[in-house]
Design a protein. Structure first.
Length: 256
């Protein structure tokens, strides 16, 4: 069994032992994102980082836990890590509180070898440029950024648009502020838009790709899988970008 799969089994065991108010969130999130977590771990193994990693937007801290269990020294940052304090304590995770859109990251310049901003960019509602600027600041020169985010031009998003539905229901997404303690999807981006953000923040692009969830849970999944095979890759569900710190970046200050 691969190291990532062992780490995932260990995380499932920890989630089953969790009796806190976050238990249902842990179960639903891990069931939905387990495949994505394993794919990210494979990407990281290919990057072969040496030194500490930063997991931005950590909660529910599943990726932070998987990274630590896979042998990577990692620190997470999150707007409200106390939401999953039981899991953090049980697994001895290092997760710092930080409102990443309003406050500088609590780390010195050029401190990390790599940073992950995975399925977080679409939740940013105030200042995505500041978040990327801060990530660039705390990365060592040549350090990597792994950024994943939903693709606004994915087949499911285009289908919802054709049917007259929002790509992300506003009532549901804003409701997550009270239900989970963070904003849902503010908006989804095209690959070109994300690339512009990253390149304007002091990074050079190493790779740009797409991927989709290959699980077949129902007949809709089987149809979607077939459609993905026939359509160009640019219509897949997720954008996956690996970039390297090129220079100091814009060194933006938080908005007043």
């Amino acid at each position: 069994m691969a190291a990532g799969e062992v780490a995932l089994q260990n995380l499932w065991s920890a989630v089953h032992r969790d009796c806190s108010l976050a238990r249902q969130w842990h179960f639903s999130n891990l069931a939905a994102h387990a495949q994505r977590y394993l794919a990210d771990l494979q990407l990281l193994a290919a990057l072969a980082p040496v030194g500490a990693l930063l997991d931005v937007g950590s909660a529910p801290c599943h990726m932070t836990a998987l990274l630590q269990d896979s042998g990577y020294p990692v620190i997470g940052v999150d707007i409200a890590p106390q939401r999953v304090a039981r899991l953090i304590d049980e697994l001895h995770l290092d997760v710092r509180q930080c409102d990443i859109e309003r406050s500088p990251l609590p780390f010195p310049d050029e401190h990390f070898s790599g940073a992950l901003l995975c399925d977080t960019f679409e939740h940013l509602r105030i200042d995505p440029a500041f978040v990327l600027s801060e990530i660039c600041r705390v990365l060592k020169h040549g350090g990597f950024l792994l950024l994943t985010t939903p693709n606004v031009y994915s087949l499911p998003s285009l289908a919802r648009f054709v049917l007259g539905r929002s790509i992300a229901d506003p009532l549901t997404e804003f409701g997550k502020l009270r239900r989970l303690g963070h904003m849902g999807h503010v908006r989804e981006y095209s690959c070109a838009e994300v690339r512009r953000f990253v390149m304007a923040s002091g990074f050079s692009l190493q790779s740009v790709g797409y991927r989709h969830d290959d699980r077949q849970r129902c007949w809709r999944d089987r149809i979607l899988r077939l459609a993905y095979r026939m359509a160009p890759r640019c219509f897949q569900r997720d954008i996956v970008i690996v970039a390297r710190k090129r220079d100091r970046g814009p060194l933006l200050q938080p908005l007043p």
